[in-house]
Write a protein that binds this ligand. Sequence first.
Ligand SMILES: [Zn+2]
Length: 124
Amino acid sequence: MPQFSNKSLERLATCDQRLQDLMHEVIKETDITILCGHRGEEEQEAAFNTGKSKLHYPYSKHNSFPSMAVDIAPYPIDWNDLESFRKLSVIVKEKAEELGINIEWGGECFGKFVDMPHYQIKEV
Ligand SMILES: [Zn+2]
């Protein structure tokens, strides 16, 4: 069974408990790496400046603590393999439904801005 690296666990620990529970279920199904959980001001502005985020601090869901968003990728990472990100989103959504967690995927929740690794808790 795939397991998280220490780096992934450290990042995941900065996320809302629901996201943690969800990702521990997802990795039972397929290997993933946690790219990012909580982002402080400096990290958020860096993400903005490199085009990884469209939002300034503190408006991203990564900016709260614990983080209400998590960025993940299929492992090993191949940024050109968009299909693998799509397949992963199906698994994440299935598991979220099983756990009763309302989740949104960055591949489809930001209109024209496609953020394949991004998942966030949806406010109801
Ligand atoms: Zn994100």
